[in-house]
Design a protein around this ligand. Structure first.
Ligand code: ZN
Length: 323
């Protein structure tokens, strides 16, 4: 039978349990708010996380609403949700990393039960939430300084049958773009680790810049509901979502210097390789570097802060698959 509890947080059939779960071995205590909704009927288990990045508000709100929308009396199977993985960062409004060890949780998988806090959290989530689930969705959005066009990612790594099921989750979600990521391009990501352990998984992204806007929350919620319907846990809410446009790859442009950043393109815009997309300047306003698109495609990700640090991403161009 599929997993029906997150660590010690369990529910009986037709019951909802809410509570805080302490990550083992992290001191001072790192506790995460979690919900188990167990249906009256047996069925698949969907595991969901949000708030791995603490200032990504749209998915935190959407997953919270999902746990309140699901009616255990009409549910087949079990919904397991950790609403806010990076709980120490939430009231600090931490960008990218957690305040305990300065690490990005979504670069810390598969983790280590004897490692630093981020690695312990990652290890805990894999063992106590994701292993034994039938599918896993890691819900994200653009961080405080990021804009993006909605997309889902799945990994081509591991068992091809698992990859095919991950891809089907990605297509069911209903976002504009979908990308099957090459095995080694996102080291440490939760969805990739889950898939390598045999659990079909995606990361889904909509929303941006610390704005908890209703349209994005509604679409993230609908994506999660679509996945539950795809798995047969709830009845479909409507006709299937239109198929996403498949991306062949994502090309990242980064800065090698700390500078001010002046992009001249917006997310969703189509660019051609070599086209001007912005400029880097020094703090006196002197131009340092004219930026040209590194590929032809759609701007799916854009940093929107004036300040960029050496090594930071500037924008991501989704190169569309043929046909
Ligand atoms: Zn994120």
């Amino acid at each position: 039978m599929s997993r029906v509890a997150i660590a010690e947080l369990a529910a009986q059939p037709n019951q909802v349990s809410r509570g805080w779960i302490r990550i083992p071995g992290v001191d001072p205590a790192w506790e995460v708010p979690a919900v188990v909704v167990r249906g009256v009927e047996d069925g698949p288990t969907l595991a969901v996380t949000s708030g791995m990045h603490a200032a990504e508000y749209v998915p935190i709100e959407a997953v919270t609403r999902l746990t309140r929308w699901v009616d255990p009396a009409r549910l087949r199977g079990t919904l397991l949700a950790v609403l806010l993985v990076n709980s120490p960062g939430f009231y600090e409004r931490s960008i990218y990393v957690n305040p305990r060890d300065g690490r990005n949780l979504n670069r810390s998988f598969p983790g280590d039960a004897a490692g630093d806090p981020a690695e312990r959290v990652a290890d805990f989530l894999l063992r106590e939430l994701i292993d034994g689930a039938d599918a896993y969705v890691d819900a994200h959005c653009g961080d405080l300084i990021e804009a993006l066009s909605p997309f889902t990612l799945w990994t081509k790594a591991g068992d091809p049958a698992v990859a095919a099921r991950s891809r089907a989750l990605s297509e069911a979600y209903g976002f504009e773009h979908s990308l099957g990521v090459d095995p080694d391009s996102v080291p440490g990501a939760a969805y990739a680790s889950a898939a390598l352990r045999g659990v079909p998984a995606i990361i889904a992204e909509i929303g941006q810049q610390g704005i908890c806007d209703e349209p994005s929350v509604g679409r993230h919620l609908r994506g999660l509901q679509n996945v539950m319907a795809h798995l047969g846990m709830v009845d479909p809410l409507g006709p299937p979502a239109p198929a996403p446009k498949a991306m062949d790859r994502m090309v990242w442009m980064r800065t090698e210097v700390s500078a001010t950043y002046h992009p001249t393109v917006a997310v969703g815009e189509t660019v051609t390789e070599g086209q001007a997309v912005g400029e880097l300047r020094d703090i006196f306003g002197e131009p340092l570097l004219a930026l040209q698109a590194a590929a032809s495609g759609v701007v799916v990700f854009l940093v929107t802060s004036l300040a960029v640090k050496a090594g930071d991403p500037l924008l991501g161009i989704g190169v569309m698959a043929e046909g």
